[in-house]
Design a protein around this ligand. Sequence first.
Ligand code: DGY
Length: 308
Amino acid sequence: MTLLQRAGVSVTQWTEKRNLTQEELVAHCQQYDALLLASDNKIDRPFLEQCRHLKVVSLLSVGYDKVDVAAANELGVPITNTPGVVSAATADTAFLLMLSVSRKAFYQHKRIIKGDWGFTEPTANLGMEVQGKTLGIWGLGNIGYVMAQRCISAFNMKVIYCNRGRNEAAEKELGAIRVSFEELLAQSDVLSVHTALTVETTGKFDHAAFGKMKPSAIFINTARGGIHKEKDLIAALEAGTIWGAGLDVTNPEPMAPGNPLLEMPTVAVLPHIGSATIETRNAMSVIAAKNIVAAMNDMALPNQVTSL
Ligand code: DGY
């Protein structure tokens, strides 16, 4: 806010505790030159067609799967995001989920709330350790790199990854080994998803994929809920095809309170808080504001996205 105001931008903030409908968003945008979007509204073709006058849609997120980027390019509405600054916080969330699942922490906490402290029988409440195990990363970019660093430092985990191209820095600095998707599924003890949601990645973790994973494997998704098929994940957990799952993203969001995943001992679910720290949200806000200031001054946009 300060950054925008100091740059002479007059700001109107939507303060109601609900997202605008698409129609409301379009209607509001008619009076403004730029939109800073912190909600789940879609920047789809109908929106873009009606808001072609916008100098920028500045997203308060690194992910931009809610944007029809091709339509934005075609209609000349620049889109910007907040890359780089979310990596540590999001990797921390993946790490938190990995440990929470491995020790059934969310489940044990819920038992205490229900007055079920339990009997201290030595083989009750057993989790599993991740020391020295294999971390598989699907989509090793900035966030996956930090997750790998954390897992190596804390637990001396071996890192394998599957990307379209090589990540030479991760190979050199972390000893990460590039493998095929099939090998990633077969070899990972913890499989953490850090890729964008695209046509290719949508529903990639389905019945067939879970079926190729180890029965002791933990699946972690802090990227986008659309990357795994929820029904298939539930079935895989119920059948013991995989051991556990940690999700910061679901499909749909919010997850319904009665979802069976919420009752499973080896599952931990968070409400999409990957980048929700004071430090990271501040850093994201500064980037989002700078993108707006640049657009208002007809300067090159620091973080324009042009393709998926
Ligand atoms: C991001 O930055 O993409 C986070 O998931 C918040 O939406």
